[in-house]
Design a protein around this ligand. Sequence first.
Ligand code: SF4
Ligand code: SF4
Length: 478
Amino acid sequence: MLAFLWLTPLKFMKKMISRRNMLLGLTATAGGLAGLGAFKTFNEPGASQPDIIKKEGLSEPTGQMTYRINKNSSDKVSLLGFGCMRYPVMPGEKSPRSPNINEREAQALIDYAFAHGVNYFDTAWGYHNGASQIFTGSALKRYPRDKFFLATKMPSYLKPSLAQAKEIFATQLRNCQVEYFDYYLLHTLSTVANYQETYEREGVLDYLLEEKKQGRIRNLGWSFHGDAPMLEYVLSRDIPWDFGMIQINYHDLWHKYEPNPNIKRNTPEPAPVPWMFEKMVASGLPLIIMEPLLGGRLARLNHKAVNILQSARPQDSAAAWAFRYVAGLPNILTILSGMTYMEHLQENLQTFSPFEPLSAAEEDVLKKSLQAFINTDNIRCTTCGYCMPCPYGVDIPAVFRHHNNCLDDDLVPRGVRSAEYEEARHAYLASLARKVPELATASHCTGCGQCLPKCPQFIDIPKEMAALGKLIHGLREV
Ligand code: SF4
Ligand code: SF4
């Protein structure tokens, strides 16, 4: 039985808002956050995907998808890949990662994506608590096996023994109803010590290489969320890796991450992104990209940044700019997007059908927009939810997302003497009350540290929580 390996459902559900509406909303409302409740979302009762397609009158680019050829396998892969970690869930579900996938709506997404040229589908052992693999397998079953590429991953974070790894792999084939995986990843490589313990000590990597020899894995690679020594180590092994999956977006490439000087970290330092990307390009490996929108943050910029982009291309969303930048980088095979709503999918299809690289002038515009958006205090949380559940009920991703959004919208009070202090204080606390249940706020973190080793971004969660708890306490005290 593999029940011990399953994750527990997360205890939160953030109302999802379309990138298009989010962008328009931010442009149209003075406070940014104030008007968001008014937008209709796909999960609302009564909203069906066909209704939304009709209502929005979106064009449907067919036969125009841009493809890239994997030089190692000659796979012709769609530049837009479908990330299967954010399927729509049933109404009333508290967590967007619940195993209770809304299969009717999720199937409509897969079918629409497939019909418009998307052929790369990326699932994983832990997505939707294991339900993603099962659903993705059954959703793709209606298509010829040689017409799509299916990727899944060995859950490194569970540190499986060799016997467990074999059982996991066999279960994955069974759950996905396939005889082979096109792309198979060692999930979330973090540190050399973890890698050696998981993949080298008991021979799990040798086993996966054997599966490749047997044809049950067509391309073997890994996803990287680690420190610099980890990347050096994995690239220096004499192993015929077929691809690498990395986190890249224009924010992380152009803006040097400076850790919060007030927080002494207990976690390793993530590899610097420009250095990491350079190493990956030099390796020659085809690259699969995750987090092109930095956990959605690059799809909801602040007013100033949005205005800069819109003055250059009024019809394009902030997300489209972010995708176009990443797609123009070298060695990119496919870019993953976790699409919960039909409007996300349609918007992304428009961006990639066909893909149009940023011109030099547009790249300058994007840099200017980033300058208007950049905030050095933000917490590098991508809201992936791997750190959950917190035994004390803290909704970690929701707390961080709320704080980052407030930073983006200039709603974090800067000092009691500033003219905007009272307004910002009120806005911050009001939005906190709306977005994070009282019992799930930073103030309830006990600093137990259970979340610490689970964060692929190496965020020192207890310390960040302590700092936010202090901030909130201060705001309430005034
Ligand atoms: S350190 Fe805080 S946020 Fe992390 S698991 Fe413990 S109580 Fe929850
Ligand atoms: S704190 Fe880390 S693990 Fe938790 S949601 Fe954010 S990025 Fe993911």
